[in-house]
Design a protein. Structure first.
Lengths: 114, 113
């Protein structure tokens, strides 16, 4: 099993450009999440999905959109990138149940917006 | 908004020393998870503590959940260079989104040989 994969691994954008980050999981998990990680701030939830065709806002959703057209994929879009969106982005998935529920993370995408 | 304060933010110690990382909140969580993150990789779960006062051991790592389920600690005995990494605590709450995690700011540990 590949677990959770993310593409691309690195990307540099100019202010105003758009891009889509792709997350794929092969564990048949219902729940998927997008986080951003900035120094000293841990991980902050951007958007999440509780199943195919559903999405919801997290803690820091502004400037981002998401889609979950297929259960195994969760896309994160930046319509008009800003320097404040320079960060490392992590996707995670889980089966969403139980006290010992674990989120499985991808390797991350490092995005720089100039 | 639930907040998790993690301390210290940075820790540099010599091999063989002991250390403790703290994770504190004013909010009650259903459970508390500890993750470890290596450079260039995503976080990986180390342990989940669920019951107030619970203590779990993972080799030289001891995790404790506070009685009120608002705080937690990670103690490492006789640290080794292989323990170097970023340690993250995460408080879990449950709603219709399943397991929602609130992360602390992380503790970056460096263990020198």
């Amino acid at each position: 099993n590949a677990g959770v994969t993310q593409t691309p691994k690195f990307r540099v954008l100019k202010t105003g450009q758009s891009m889509t980050l792709l997350c794929a999981q092969d564990m048949n998990h219902e729940y998927m999440y997008w986080y951003r990680q900035d120094p000293g701030m841990g991980l902050r939830l951007i958007h999440y999905s509780v199943g195919e065709g559903t999405t919801a806002k997290g803690e820091v959703p502004d400037g981002y959109n998401v889609s979950r057209l297929k259960k195994q994929n969760f896309l994160l879009g930046l319509e008009s990138a800003a320097p404040s969106q320079t960060s490392v982005y992590f996707c995670a998935s889980s089966d969403g149940t139980g006290d010992y529920n674990e989120q499985f993370f991808g390797p991350g995408t490092r995005l720089t917006v100039l | 908004t639930q907040l998790l304060e993690q301390s210290p933010q940075f820790l540099s110690i010599q091999e063989g020393e002991n250390l403790t990382v703290y994770c504190n909140s004013s909010s009650v969580f259903s459970s508390l998870q500890w993750y470890r993150q290596e450079p260039g990789e995503g976080p990986v779960l180390l342990v989940t503590v669920v019951t107030g006062g619970e203590v779990k051991k993972l080799k030289r790592l001891t995790f404790q959940f506070g009685d009120a389920r608002k705080d937690s600690s990670l103690h490492i005995t006789a640290a080794q260079p292989g323990d170097t990494g970023l340690y993250l605590c995460a408080g879990a709450t449950y709603d219709n989104a399943g397991n929602m995690l609130t992360f602390g700011g992380g503790t970056r540990l460096m263990v020198k040989p």
